[in-house]
Design a protein around this ligand. Structure first.
Ligand code: ATP
Ligand code: MG
Length: 440
């Protein structure tokens, strides 16, 4: 993408309505625009990141055996009356009436809809287990939307729902999602800590929140020091290896970590010196809740001996749009965003420091063409009449992992500068070697 044609409306000043750094940087980098309280339009740069995060989530859900569907944002009140949640949910639910005065709502979550889908088609234990997920916009009329996309009213969530015949089966489904979540967050460059959580309005008896540590986190968390050093990604574990899955789950869930909702210094097994106290951002939340919805909504399964029993269910959420902010909270410096490679909106930034210089421009044009042809997504700053200082500042703000800086002086010596955004390290590279260096 040529910056001269792109719609990336960067700002020099920090907007005063933004309290935390991720919100400030998302506005300054032209990623989002607020259109109402807790409601945002995603501009091209923001949308690219949102999609990359969604794609990682999707790949890891698929690897874990979940199948993608797409459920509507608008749901009928009828289904929520069946589960008993229509009255119970309260003011966070945005309630709507259609022209026939029928009650509708903008889905804050989708247990009812997915239970309805499954009860329509799945009657026999032979059709289980199943795990269905979707990545869809949700609406919750939060009392205090704040921190930009971190606590919006409209937000993008991945929500998966598992269906099993037995409690044991449901626990396996839970452990698969637990592992999938650790892998998902790891790919985004995040260290997520799974913490035992209260089950809240969704109900049930087993639940973990996945929390990343950041100063601006909304909850106070308490975790065993060993979380900080341990490698938790569960590389190499197969989803079909029940024993390995168990071992991984027991190892991680045995290591203390809790949010302030649950943490009780009196009953905590750890010596206070072994506890790290920090702020955390919840990026995912998983629940096992048994037959809460299937029993109320009559989603019954015929078992091998012919008995009709309600399905055992779990639900598994990831805050896809919240993650955009959370990743920035975890990765930025005083000049701007520092994206991890896998979610960066572009792979490489190419800066043409003097568009009036024919040699410089022809070098940049051909490198841009070659990198694009080799599958690299390049943001090419080809703007005329913009000072080098502004180009550097914008590129640092946008935060791509690599920058290639081409100027007449370097080119006269046969080199361009390659800058690593994370370390700040700069290196002169021969013009003949830069392509190979970037495409590896
Ligand atoms: P929170 O405790 O932050 O209000 P929650 O427990 O109500 O979240 P869940 O129902 O567990 O949220 O939703 C799954 C995930 O969706 C959360 O882990 C979070 O990452 C994300 N999420 C929830 N509410 C919001 C929101 N208002 N804005 C952005 N993301 C959200
Ligand atoms: Mg939660």
């Amino acid at each position: 993408m040529r910056l001269s044609r792109a719609f990336i409306p960067t700002l020099k000043e920090t907007p005063k309505e933004a309290e935390i750094v991720s919100h400030q940087l998302m506005l300054r980098a032209g990623m989002i625009q607020q259109t109402g309280a807790g409601i945002y339009a995603w501009l091209p740069l923001g949308l690219k990141v949102l999609r990359k995060i969604g794609d990682i989530v999707r790949e890891e859900q698929d690897r874990a055996g979940a199948q993608e569907i797409l459920m509507p944002t608008i749901q009928s009140a009828e289904l929520w009356r069946e589960s008993g949640r229509y009255d119970a949910y309260g003011k966070e639910m945005l309630r709507i009436k259609d022209r026939h005065d029928r009650e509708m709502l903008y889905g804050p979550t989708a247990e009812e809809v997915v239970t309805h889908i499954v009860r329509t088609h799945i009657r026999s234990y032979k059709d289980l287990p199943k795990n269905l997920y979707n990545i869809q916009w949700k609406f919750r009329d939060e009392i205090r939307p704040r921190f930009g996309v971190m606590r919006g009213r409209e937000f993008l969530m991945k929500d998966a729902y598992s269906f099993d015949l037995t409690e044991d089966g449901a626990r396996v489904a839970y452990k698969k999602m637990f592992l999938a979540y650790m892998r998902t967050f790891r790919r985004m460059g995040l260290k997520a800590i799974p913490m035992r959580a209260a089950t809240g309005p969704i109900g049930g008896d087993l639940s973990h929140e996945f929390i990343i540590l950041a100063q601006t986190g909304e909850s106070e968390v308490f975790a065993d020091r060993r979380w900080m050093e341990m490698d938790t990604a569960g590389e190499g574990i197969s989803y079909d290896d029940a024993a390995a899955l168990d071992g991984y789950f027991e190892k991680l869930s045995g290591l203390y970590a809790a949010t302030d909702e649950i943490h009780d210094p009196a009953s905590c097994p750890l010596d206070p010196a072994d506890i790290v106290t920090a702020r955390g951002i919840e990026v995912g939340h998983i629940f096992y809740f048994g037959t809460k919805y299937s029993a109320a909504m009559n989603a019954t399964i015929q078992s091998a001996d012919g008995a009709l029993i309600p399905a055992q269910m779990g639900s598994y959420g990831i805050g896809v749009s919240r993650l955009v902010g959370a990743i920035i909270e975890a990765g930025h410096d005083e000049s701007g965003i520092v994206w991890p490679e896998d979610v960066a909106p572009y792979d490489v930034g190419l800066l043409n420091l003097n568009t009036d210089d024919t040699a410089c421009t022809s070098f940049c044009e051909s490198l841009y063409r070659d990198l694009s042809a080799r599958g690299k997504d390049v943001l090419y700053d080809d703007r005329a009449g913009v000072r080098p200082g502004s180009k550097f500042a914008d590129m640092d703000l946008i935060g791509l992992p690599w920058q290639v800086v081409a100027g007449p002086k370097g080119l006269a010596r046969g080199v361009v500068e390659l800058k690593n955004r994370r370390t700040g390290e700069k290196q002169d590279i021969d013009v003949g070697g830069i392509l190979a260096r970037l495409v590896g």
